[in-house]
Design a protein around this ligand. Structure first.
Ligand SMILES: Cc1cc2nc3c(=O)[nH]c(=O)nc-3n(C[C@H](O)[C@H](O)[C@H](O)COP(=O)(O)OP(=O)(O)OC[C@H]3O[C@@H](n4cnc5c(N)ncnc54)[C@H](O)[C@@H]3O)c2cc1C
Length: 396
């Protein structure tokens, strides 16, 4: 057994984990902190990996969340290139891949998600996109006159499509649902974004599933469920992600599409979770959610750090989710909980204009605002969503 620590152990040292360690110090928490990450270099920021970094307009050093000197100044022990393999909450111990055990006074789980690669699509040349190494491999195919097939029309698939089209590569997208982003923003806004991509030259195969992938001399061939065969230099599979919870098997902690926490992001006594991996009951919508957004990961890290340091209040974690996405010259921004079943009301512009804003209404109350190139409406919409959801919470 290696050194024993009686401080905070953070599992996962990327956006949410790193931010937790930093905030603990900002809150004057002086005890030991150990951050363990399976990756040798977890500091790379992910949003540029489908946008500026993939396009080659941002280089490696600008991709780093923090520079090393700043992190060294925190007095944190970084255990990198070692996965945590198990947790024993009763003994307050985590075990890492090299056999070392760390005891903790408080544990923070910040293990994020990893891309799903269904076995039928798992050809050697199939790309996924989560890490810098993934982005580097995909970037090798980015060239005018090149070609890419993307399976999955979610945010990552559409952002990569825009990046490849911008250099003049041919892009075809295969999506099982009838519109892109249907689950994320519903069919109306999904349809508007589809038209932006079609005008840019992207070809969609909607309502279609890929059934086979075959390597060939100059790339890959993808067979669809209607018998169509597409070919291209490269294939990106962007069909969703799995929360990083495998190491919790046998821990007794509840896992259900994420590690399940209470409204204070507490998983069990002395165990907390932050970032893409956590599912918690959101007080503003009265149901459990798991949010894969950059800003939410940071807000959760700050919240948990304050609770551990004893400087936080007793309110549940209720930050309104926010995300942005950049596609061509469009900035898409959303606050709240857009859903496919909501009534969508256009509040400015129209869905085929260069800019527009829409409100999502469920039972007559605003639940989300989504806007394209419209920051002013997004802020006004955010205030309305917060007010109406808070009123609803107070009356229920
Ligand atoms: C290509 C891409 C583009 C994106 N663009 C946007 C955007 O435009 N807007 C937006 O709001 N969000 C965007 N996101 C989402 C955003 O990046 C995530 O919400 C954010 O990275 C979540 O941070 P996290 O720390 O929770 O998880 P991660 O960043 O996934 O970090 C988890 C860390 O845990 C480590 N880990 C996992 N398991 C273990 C283990 N057992 N032991 C030790 N370490 C472990 C991993 O190595 C990793 O370093 C994008 C994501 C991707 C991939």
């Amino acid at each position: 057994m290696g050194a024993v620590h009686d401080g905070v152990v953070v599992v996962g040292g990327s956006l949410a984990g790193l931010q937790t360690a930093e905030c603990l110090r900002a809150e004057n928490w002086t005890g030991p902190i150990v951050v363990v990450d399976a990756d040798d270099e977890p500091r790379f920021d992910r949003p540029p990996m489908s946008k500026q970094y993939l396009a080659g307009t941002v280089e490696d050093d600008r991709l780093l969340l923090r520079d090393r000197e700043r992190l060294d100044g925190l007095g944190v022990e970084w255990v990198l290139g070692q996965a945590v393999t198990s947790v024993e909450p009763a003994r307050r111990v985590v075990r890492i891949a090299n056999g070392r055990e760390l005891t903790y006074s408080e544990l923070v789980i910040a293990t994020g998600v990893s891309p799903v690669l269904p076995s039928v699509l798992a050809a050697p040349s199939a790309h996924v996109l989560r890490t810098k190494a993934d982005a580097d491999r995909l970037r090798a195919h980015l060239r005018p006159g090149g070609s890419l097939i993307i399976i999955g029309a979610g945010f990552i698939g559409l952002e990569v499509a825009a990046t490849f089209r911008k250099v003049g590569a041919r892009v075809e997208i295969v999506e099982a649902l009838q519109t892109p982003l249907q689950r994320q923003v519903g069919p109306l806004v999904g349809g508007a974004l589809q038209r932006i991509h079609q005008r840019a030259g992207v070809v969609f195969h909607l309502g279609r599933e890929a059934t086979a992938v075959r390597e060939q001399d100059n790339g890959v061939a993808v067979t669809l469920d209607d018998g169509t065969v597409l070919d291209a230099d490269a294939l990106l599979v962007a069909v969703g992600s799995t929360p990083g919870t495998a190491f919790l098997a046998g821990s007794g902690l509840t896992v259900d599409d994420g590690v399940v926490a209470d409204a204070h992001l507490k998983v069990a006594p002395h165990v907390h979770a932050v970032g893409d991996v956590v599912r918690w009951p959101h007080p503003l919508v009265g149901r459990s959610v798991r949010v894969e957004h950059w800003t939410t990961a940071i807000e959760q890290a700050k919240y948990v750090a304050k609770r551990i340091a004893g400087t936080g209040g007793d309110e549940p974690f209720a930050a309104l989710p926010y995300f942005w996405s950049d596609q061509y010259d469009r900035k898409i921004q959303a606050h709240g909980f857009p859903s496919a079943d909501a009534r969508v009301e256009v509040i400015d512009g129209d869905l085929d204009a260069d800019r527009f804003a829409v409100m999502y209404l469920v039972d007559g109350r605003a639940t989300a605002v989504v806007a394209v190139n419209h920051p002013r409406q997004v802020l006004a919409g955010r205030r309305r969503v917060l007010t109406e959801l808070t009123l609803q919470e107070a009356s229920s």
